[in-house]
Design a protein around this ligand. Structure first.
Ligand code: AMP
Ligand code: ZN
Length: 112
């Protein structure tokens, strides 16, 4: 078992607050939510950053899963934000690819 936190979640060793799971992706609630709805969608395979993602099918599945979960969370009428933070300047802290879904309040732009 790798030392990666999100790999441990994908393997079921650490149990997050799961909202969706299939054979390729896992979605769970962020432990430190920045909005009323804050969900992370991760691939079950270890991909460190968006810069290393080379599987187009997986990329599409992550995005379509995020859009579906946002609908299911009631976010589609007012909208929401999806974010991949990539590496240091992007503010990435966990080096296992994750797509943030943030919604339920007005979000501002540009980000800090
Ligand atoms: P990032 O800065 O894009 O790497 O985001 C990492 C996210 O993972 C942050 O929003 C954290 O709050 C979240 N996070 C860290 N540990 C956990 C955990 N054990 N369960 C759920 N979310 C977590
Ligand atoms: Zn990992």
């Amino acid at each position: 078992m790798t030392d990666c936190l999100f790999c441990k979640m994908a393997a079921g060793v650490i149990k997050p607050d799961t909202v969706y799971e299939d054979n390729k992706v896992l979605a769970f609630r962020d432990i430190n939510p920045q909005a009323p709805v804050h969900i992370l969608v991760i691939p079950k395979t270890h991909v460190a950053t968006l810069d290393e993602l080379d599987d187009a099918e997986l990329a599409g599945h992550l995005l379509l899963t995020a859009a579906r979960l946002a609908r299911e969370e009631g976010l589609s009428e007012n909208g929401y934000r999806t974010v991949f933070n990539c590496k240091r300047h992007g503010g990435q802290e966990v080096y296992h690819l994750h797509l943030h879904i943030l919604g339920g309040r007005q979000l501002h732009w540009p980000p800090g």
